[in-house]
Every structure is written in structure tokens, then in C-alpha cells.
Design a protein around this ligand. Structure first.
Ligand SMILES: Cc1cc2nc3c(=O)[nH]c(=O)nc-3n(C[C@H](O)[C@H](O)[C@H](O)COP(=O)(O)OP(=O)(O)OC[C@H]3O[C@@H](n4cnc5c(N)ncnc54)[C@H](O)[C@@H]3O)c2cc1C
Length: 379
């Protein structure tokens, strides 16, 4: 797979406004080896970024992907790798990490798509195309060096995302000692007494998800009631009645105790202040996420409520720049993986038509074309 974790060269990495700065590296390649002018440069290696590069491949356009994170998959990898997804057509259910792997295979194993991880898009400069000075190309300036491209598709999701901290109690001393915000592997909770804190979908989903893994679960929310899918809330109620989950609402954390790591948590009733001590090995804080557009905020894009405004062609207000996925906003916008895939197809069709106006917008059916030049016997 022609991906790298390009490091080293620095070309004016600005204030990333919340995008995690790339850690200092040595020895890994800079972006110099990727000096080709590509048709499409995709910002973001989430599900929509990966599918954007796939669509580019299907249109026989060259592409590359960059992402500030160290792994492919965006939110799916970072926030919920081991959660089931039930609403991607074609999959009755699929684990987030498995969907990312399928997207990786579909895109990177079938097409030549260089991937530069730990690389943040900083700004864009327009310059004449060396092959045709009448036309413009773009220089995408990243914190690892510059990339030349004919078009850009921004699939930057929520930009940088960062878990929200617990209000009213400083959990910092316990982070890494039993308190965590993200779940990498469910197995990390095997046989543990887990306290899950939060009242939204993530807290409720993890409660249900860890029923077969944790030794016992206490679900704590400072308000009565949960803001989650009714089905999940019903499952939690069933688990509570079966004695599998101790649901504590409205309760909040007052104290955490333990020698090296968490051993117990004292919670209190939000109204009566009555205290309960809960033996506990791990606290999973699921309080939502703060998001920031990061360096993209400084681009001359029309932004509405933190998202990039696009028209029905996924066109942004910048010449040669389209956007798709969670980062876009338009009338009727749905923030779903499935709709992001479709937005990516539209953005790529437009971008390719922009580069090669003689090509048709409507692609040929893949049953007839196969995967161009990729799969033996199909090309
Ligand atoms: C807990 C949870 C459960 C969910 N469950 C479902 C579900 O069941 N079904 C469903 O359809 N959706 C679900 N979603 C929503 C789904 O995850 C998003 O719709 C999807 O991830 C959007 O994909 P994306 O590629 O647009 O953005 P993201 O997945 O956010 O990826 C964007 C990528 O862009 C990168 N990036 C941003 N700015 C830059 C920059 N300047 N330079 C370089 N890289 C940059 C980021 O690092 C990130 O990796 C869920 C979300 C959460 C949080």
C-alpha cells in the first residue's frame, strides 16, 4: 500500500486551532517523493475521504489522501472502532473497524493512492499549471511539505475532534489510571467493573456493547432520562431489570479513590446529595466531542455553524475545491456515512469534469467497466 506517515519537512505549519499537532518524528519520508500533480487531493481519510479516492479511481483520475491522524478511518477508528454500524446499505451490521478495512481494501488495494498520515492541510495557493499556463493548479501546503493538485475534495469530517471533559470534577489525575474517553479495544474492559458516564447515544451504546465483556456496569448520568435511541434505552432497561446494569440517574461523580489505579468511585444524587460508593476498575467518560475546523477555518470558504457550505454539486466557495461528508452543510444535510459516500461520488464527478470537461458527468455502470485497470480480468 503506497501510504506513509510522512514526516520531517516542515512548510509553515500554522496554528492548528485544535488539530492535534503532528508529533516530532525523524527518519520517515517527507512529501518530496509525491511531487506529481494529482487530479484530486483528498483532505481526510475517514470513510468519506476513502470513498472519495475510490470514486476518483473509478473515474480514472489520480488521487492522494492526507490526514492529520496517525490511522485511516476518521471517527470510526478514533471514536468507535468496536461499535456496530447498522445503517450502511449492504451490511446488515458491520463493526466500524471492519468497515474501514473494507474501504481501505476497496480504495487502496485497487488503486494507486498515496496516503500521507500525520499530515495536516494548512493552506492553498493557486499557481499556473506547468503543463498548460492557461490553467491553474493548486499547491496544498501541509505541515509536512507541499502537494500539487488540480482539485481538492475536503472530507475533513468535524475537523479535529476532542472528547468533552467531565464538568464539575477534574478527572485528569485518573486519566491513564482507569479513566478513559475512547475505546480502542473492548477487550480492555474484560472482567472489569466499569462505570460509564453520560446520557447520550455513545454512553448508552457502550453500556449495551460491554454487557458481554465487563464484569459489571454502572451507568451514571447527571439528569433523569437518556438522549439516545429508544431501542438502546429499552435494551438498557432490560439489562437493568436482569441485574446486568446498575443505572444511576440523576447522579454525578464526587470522588475517585484508588492506590495506583481506580478502585472505587463515590457518586451523589443530583438533588438529594445522597452518596453511594461504587467499587470500580474503569471509568468510561462518554460526554460527546468538541469539534473544530482547524486550519480550514482560515480558508476563504463559506462556513455555517462550523461546517462548509456547499451547493447541490458539493462545490465550495473556493475555485477547484469541493467538499463531502460530515464537514458539509446544505439544505437537507444528513450526517451519515451512507450519504457521505454519495456526496463523495458527486464531488468527484464534478472535480473530474472540471479537469476534463469532455468527460461525461454520469459514470458508466461498474458492471460494465469493472474497476478500471485494477482487477485482473475486469479492466
Ligand atoms: C459514536 C458515533 C457513532 C456513529 N454511528 C454511526 C452510524 O451508526 N451510522 C452512520 O452512518 N454514522 C455514524 N456516525 C457518524 C459517522 O461516523 C460520520 O458521519 C462519518 O465518520 C463521517 O465521515 P467523514 O469521512 O466525513 O469524517 P470523519 O470520519 O470525521 O473523518 C474526517 C478526517 O479528516 C481529517 N482532517 C480534518 N481536518 C484535516 C486537515 N486540515 N488536514 C488533514 N486531515 C484533516 C480528520 O483527522 C479525520 O480523520 C457515528 C458517529 C459517532 C461519533
Amino acid at each position: 500500500m503506497p501510504s506513509d506517515r510522512s514526516n520531517g519537512a516542515s512548510a509553515g505549519a500554522g496554528d492548528h486551532d485544535g488539530v492535534p499537532p503532528a508529533p516530532p518524528h525523524s527518519g520517515a519520508p517527507s512529501l518530496e517523493h509525491d511531487s506529481e500533480v494529482r487530479d484530486v487531493t483528498v483532505i481526510g481519510a475517514g470513510p468519506v475521504g476513502l470513498s472519495t479516492a475510490f470514486w476518483a479511481g473509478m473515474r480514472e483520475a489520480s488521487s492522494r489522501i492526507i490526514d492529520s491522524l496517525p490511522d485511516l478511518g476518521g471517527q470510526l477508528t478514533t471514536l468507535y472502532p468496536e461499535k456496530w454500524i447498522f445503517d450502511v446499505p449492504g451490511y446488515p451490521r458491520v463493526l466500524a473497524k471492519d468497515l474501514v478495512e473494507q474501504l481501505r481494501r476497496q480504495t487502496l488495494d485497487q488503486f494507486d493512492v498515496p496516503v500521507h498520515l500525520e499530515t495536516t492541510a494548512d493552506r492553498v495557493e493557486y499557481e499556473p499549471d506547468p503543463e498548460d499556463p492557461e490553467r491553474q493548479i493548486m499547491r496544498l501546503v501541509t505541515d509536512r511539505g507541499d502537494l500539487l493538485t488540480r482539485t481538492i475534495v475536503i472530507a475533513g469530517g468535524h475537523g479535529a475532534f476532542e472528547p468533552k471533559k467531565l464538568p464539575g470534577f477534574d478527572m485528569t489525575p485518573w486519566e491513564g489510571r482507569g479513566a478513559q474517553y475512547l475505546v480502542g479495544e473492548k477487550a480492555a474492559f474484560a472482567g472489569k467493573r466499569v462505570m460509564i458516564v453520560g446520557g447520550g447515544d455513545s454512553a448508552c451504546d457502550w453500556t449495551v456493547n460491554l454487557l458481554d465483556t465487563a464484569a459489571d456496569i454502572t451507568l451514571v448520568h447527571r439528569r433523569e432520562g437518556f438522549r439516545a435511541h429508544e431501542v438502546t434505552v429499552r435494551e438498557i432497561e432490560g439489562a437493568r431489570l436482569a441485574g446486568q446494569v446498575d443505572v444511576r440517574t440523576p447522579y454525578q461523580i464526587r470522588e475517585v479513590s484508588g492506590e495506583r489505579s481506580i478502585e472505587s468511585v463515590t457518586i451523589f444524587h443530583s438533588e438529594t446529595e445522597e452518596e453511594v460508593e461504587v467499587p470500580c476498575d474503569a471509568i468510561l467518560l462518554q460526554l460527546g466531542f468538541k469539534t473544530a475546523l482547524g486550519p480550514l477555518k482560515a480558508w476563504p470558504l463559506k462556513v455555517e455553524k462550523g461546517a462548509i457550505k456547499v451547493d447541490s454539486l458539493m462545490r465550495t466557495s473556493m475555485d477547484g475545491v469541493w467538499a463531502a461528508g460530515d464537514i458539509t452543510t446544505f439544505d437537507g444535510k444528513l450526517k451519515l456515512i451512507a450519504t457521505g459516500f454519495a456526496e463523495a461520488a458527486v464531488a468527484v464527478a464534478q472535480a473530474v469534469h472540471h479537469i476534463r470537461p469532455e468527460t461525461k458527468l454520469q459514470p458508466k455502470y461498474s458492471t460494465n467497466t469493472g474497476v478500471p485497470g485494477a482487477v485482473e480480468g475486469q479492466a
